[in-house]
Design a protein around this ligand. Structure first.
Ligand code: PLP
Length: 353
């Protein structure tokens, strides 16, 4: 830190992204990316738009917001877009955390805490159960900005839409956010609830289930009043936050469910296979609904597992933290990768590696 850094910036605790490929070609099971490329219509839309980069992107992202709205059966003024859903989450914290601050699970996506530190708002952690499941009743009547990932990260565990409705109802004077980064892998969404709850915002991303992590595109769905509040903040930050190519990519991706659905199914099948095989090898594994599993093996320290997997060419995420330290988060991709992973773990656990 230089002597010039402000006190406020000193207090920020930056997010640590997953390790990137450098030189060696690893099987990357550490950042919950997709092993599949986006469909051709998406890359074509990007190429076409790139010929018109001399003009600004639409600051209101009208076509994209209409496509998202049509996809979910809501009105376009219920939708706002972000440069990745991390930015949408930041707009939400800037808009609604206020002095009362945020309440989130103690085991959840670490970016919520990072964002709280960025905006200097209080952050309360609500303990998940010993089996890592989320006790939704603990989020009743908190009177703070409630941030829930569903399915949760890094555990992959979900709560029901009924439970989410109750959280929204019991916090009538604050906003409740459901971060659905992995919801397509779980097969449900809370978007329809936003018509009934004027304090509910659902946040989604194209990074994970639309195979567009590099394009940076996220969005929120809520009642029009909350969306207008978010637009106000977005226009104060960067009205051109989503570039033209990404807007075009998002529109194309939303009409490609025939491409995505079979691949989501393959990921779900390979998740089932991975959970079964890890349990057979003596791992504790949560019942994840997402495109990753959360696991540990008491007989083998996770740092050793991590290091041996890395030597064998597979990157996974070794988690820090009081309750999650010692756990691995492993991305689930194509079936072939899952089989390679299990083959190597079998050797490591059998003492052969
Ligand atoms: C990956 C992830 C996000 C953010 O993704 P973006 O790439 O910024 O859209 C948000 N929430 C959770 C829980 C995630 O895992």
């Amino acid at each position: 830190m230089s002597e010039f850094l402000s006190g406020r910036a000193r207090a920020i605790k930056p997010y640590t992204p997953g390790e990137q490929n450098r030189g060696r070609s690893f099987i990357r099971l550490n950042t919950n990316e997709s092993p599949f490329p986006p469909p051709k219509s998406v890359t074509d839309a990007i190429a076409e738009t790139s010929a018109r980069l001399n003009v600004y992107s639409d600051p209101e992202a009208r076509e994209l917001r209409r496509a998202i709205a049509d996809y979910h059966g809501v009105a376009p003024d219920c939708v706002t877009v972000g440069n990745g859903s991390d930015e949408t989450l930041a707009f939400i914290v800037a808009s609604f955390a206020g002095e009362r601050g945020i309440a989130a699970a103690d085991v959840t996506y670490s970016f919520y805490k990072t964002t709280a530190s960025f905006f200097g708002v209080p952050y309360e952690e609500v303990r998940v159960r010993d089996d890592f499941s989320l006790d939704a009743e603990k989020f009743h009547a908190l009177d703070k900005l409630v941030m829930l990932a569903n399915p949760n990260a890094p555990t992959g565990l979900s709560i029901s839409n009924e439970a989410i409705s109750r959280v929204a109802e019991t916090n009538p004077d604050s906003v409740v956010v459901v971060d659905e980064a992995y919801a397509d892998f779980a097969g449900f969404t809370a978007v329809p609830l936003t018509a009934r709850h004027g304090n509910l915002i659902v946040v989604r991303t194209f990074s994970k289930s639309r195979f567009l992590a590099g394009a940076r595109l996220g969005y929120s769905v809520s009642c029009p009043e909350l969306a207008a509040d978010l637009e106000r903040v977005r226009f104060a930050w960067n009205p051109y936050n989503v570039n033209a190519m990404t807007q075009a990519a998002g529109i194309a991706a939303l009409s490609e469910d025939a491409y995505y659905r079979p691949r989501w199914r393959e990921i779900a099948n390979s998740r089932g296979y991975t959970k079964r095989e890890l349990r057979r090898l003596g791992f504790f594994v949560t019942d994840s609904d997402a495109n990753f599993v959360f696991c540990r093996r008491d007989e083998t320290p996770s740092a050793a597992l991590y290091a041996k997997l890395r030597e064998a060419g597979i990157l996974v995420r070794l988690l820090p933290g009081e309750r999650t330290g010692g756990f691995l988060r492993i991305t689930i991709g194509a079936q072939g990768e899952a089989e390679t992973l299990i083959g190597i773990l079998e050797k490591i656990c059998g003492g052969g590696l």
